[in-house]
Design a protein around this ligand. Structure first.
Ligand code: ATP
Ligand code: MG
Length: 590
């Protein structure tokens, strides 16, 4: 491909509306253009990269035995009504009425395809003999994202590789899950992306039933809890906190008695700490919640954040909400903000860290008052376990500095971009859409399902977000739009043309995808553009080098250029490309 014949609108300056590297660079490098918020055109370079990513995904999915197909983006709304997801998706589900002859049809644009694929399989699978089966597609999804910001990382129309597996046993589901998990590791590694598989909410199956694949990136919207030492990684909702053991100890009789302090107008933990000149770690905060409609208090250290899912599980509750002011007044005799464990008129549960907060500052259950020097075991108490420990629970988000739940090392918080998600769904969709099979005893059973998604555009956006330097994108051979760019010095120079044409012939014959920058531009401009668009290898032909019988090679990821003789240049380039491909593949797991 000749640059002059292509469509590569590079930009010198950062567009003012692009805030993060991926957005800036993909615009500047001429990979994408925005149509409107959340909708982008992929220009030839961006699209070539996407196609390479898709090819990698197809190879790895096919190798798992999954079958590629293609389902419609247009979907009847009643499928979403039957699974309850019309309500669950809410405003995210793009849906509308259209007229067909003289009646209205209510349609949705698929945000994902569990409904459509389960409906399909309900009509075609009847016996356990047809199982297991995995199908996948690469297809456009639509979600009315409330936050279509961050350019190409989160868009309202995007490509997803979505796969769905169908089983007659949980063991069979786990086997496929493992296979696809490994395929995902290979896909991301082949694309050159740093990735972290993290434990995610497990949903109906429980246990180790869901993993998200995160690309660590400063601008990632997700928070990951990570331990370098043990490689424990989980998303913030799911991450366990390393348990601190708290044997019940006799109360220290030297501690001063608790003291009631006037604390008017303190609307926050910070304000209270300023007033009392203490740290949030010396505070116990008491949250009054309604668990299945019953008031219950949760005790957390002042600097910790409540984790709704953990609290719900610890209480065995189906629903959980913040208590209203009237309930708070009933149990704490005070407005919201002054509840504490001393004399509280409802059940309470304490987080694992509570026994370490001695003495503590707590709400006084009196408007505008707190208690200081409150001591567990003296001023309030917690139930004991059979092992002589306080009965405490993991009720909060993990925080940086917590011990790792694997027993060694400490946790840190890193930001990440979710590029993939594997999930053991169980029978949620097959039950609601009546997708069943006959087991060996000819009894009807709901299909057991797994689903597996990858954000295709998000892989490229995450690469652009993490693989760049001051001069532009730095992409690997595996997904760069072209492997090699030939930058010519001197246009209409027959000596240059001859070498370029010969190289083009030999490299193209060997299957190398080649971009030839034949524009009538200064070398500096050509080199800048070649760097910006992230092509792994630049070959410079012309000028003084060519007169000396040499061409210059410059790898995008290396600082220095090297020179090779014109004679035999093609085979030297092929050799270097082969070596580089091997280096890239060295990071790909089995
Ligand atoms: P997120 O939490 O980022 O909104 P999600 O958990 O809703 O994503 P899934 O339903 O798990 O997304 O979809 C599978 C994959 O599709 C995600 O892992 C992600 O890579 C990609 N994806 C989801 N939403 C978008 C989007 N708005 N733009 C681009 N890619 C997306
Ligand atoms: Mg997800």
């Amino acid at each position: 491909m000749r640059w002059s014949q292509s469509f590569i609108p590079t930009l010198k300056e950062n567009p003012s509306d692009a805030e993060i590297p991926s957005h800036q660079l993909m615009l500047r490098a001429g990979y994408v253009r925005q149509l409107m918020a959340g909708a982008y055109t992929y220009l030839p370079l961006g699209w070539r990269s996407i196609r390479k990513i898709e090819a990698i995904i197809r190879e790895e999915m096919d190798a798992t035995g999954a079958l590629e197909m293609f389902m419609p983006a247009l979907q009847p709304i009643d499928l979403f009504e039957r699974t309850g997801r019309k309500e669950a998706f809410g405003n995210v589900l793009i849906n509308f009425n259209i007229r067909r002859q003289n009646h209205q049809v209510h349609l949705a644009l698929g945000p994902t395809h569990e409904e459509v694929v389960t409906d399909l399989m309900s009509r075609h699978i009847s016996s356990y003999r047809q199982l297991p089966m995995t199908v996948y597609q690469i297809q456009t999804k639509f979600r009315n994202e409330e936050r279509p910001r961050f350019g190409v990382l989160r868009t309202s129309e995007f490509l997803m590789k979505d796969a769905y597996s169908f089983h007659s046993s949980v063991e069979s589901l786990s086997e496929t899950y493992q296979k696809i998990y490994r395929a995902y590791c290979r896909i991301f590694a082949r694309c050159g992306l740093e990735y972290l598989p993290v434990e995610a909410e497990s949903g109906p199956i429980g246990g180790d039933a869901s993993h998200e694949f995160m690309a660590p990136a400063a601008n990632g919207e997700d928070q990951i809890v990570f331990c370098r030492k043990t490689r424990y990684a989980a998303n913030l909702e799911r991450a366990e906190t390393g348990r601190v053991r708290s044997q019940v100890k006799p109360v220290d009789t030297a501690l001063p008695a608790s003291e009631k302090l006037h604390t008017p107008n303190v609307g926050s933990i910070d304000a209270l700490c300023r007033l009392l000149n203490c740290q949030p770690t010396q505070l116990i905060k008491t949250l009054i919640l309604l668990a299945d409609g019953e008031p219950v208090a949760v005790l957390l250290r002042g600097d910790h954040e409540a984790n709704e899912g953990k609290i719900r599980r610890a209480l065995g509750a189906k629903t959980l909400e913040m208590a209203d002011a009237a309930t708070v007044f009933k149990v704490s005799s005070a407005p919201i903000g002054f509840a504490g464990p001393v004399g509280l008129k409802c059940r309470f549960v304490a987080d694992h860290d509570i026994p370490q907060v001695v003495p503590a500052v707590v709400g006084a259950n009196v408007e505008d008052y707190h208690l200081a020097n409150v001591v567990l075991g003296r001023d309030f108490d917690l139930p004991r376990t059979a092992e002589g420990e306080y009965e405490t629970f993991d009720l909060r988000n993990a925080a940086a500095g917590d011990p790792s739940p694997r027993g060694e090392g400490t946790l840190e918080l890193v930001h990440g971009i979710e590029v993939g998600h594997v999930f053991k769904l169980g029978t949620k969709y097959s039950v609601s859409l009546n997708a069943t099979y006959d087991d060996e005893a000819a009894t009807r059973q709901p299909l057991i399902m797994g689903c597996y998604g990858i954000g295709v555009n998000r892989i490229l956006a995450s690469m652009a977000e993490t693989k760049f330097d001051d001069n532009g994108l730095v992409l690997p051979l595996s997904i760069a739009p072209y492997s090699v760019v030939i930058s010519t010095i001197g246009v209409n120079d027959p000596a240059v043309d001859e070498v370029v044409n010969q190289l083009e012939k030999e490299l193209t014959a060997a299957g190398v995808d080649l971009l030839i920058d034949d524009r009538d531009q200064r070398p500096g401009v050509k080199f800048k553009d070649a760097d910006l668009i992230g092509i792994p290898l630049r070959v410079v032909i012309g000028g003084k080098g060519l007169k000396e019988g040499q061409v210059e090679l410059k790898w995008r990821h290396l600082p220095e250029a090297t020179k090779i003789p014109v004679a035999g240049a093609a085979s030297a380039i092929l050799e270097q490309l082969a070596t580089r491909r091997k280096e890239e593949a060295a990071h790909v797991p089995e």
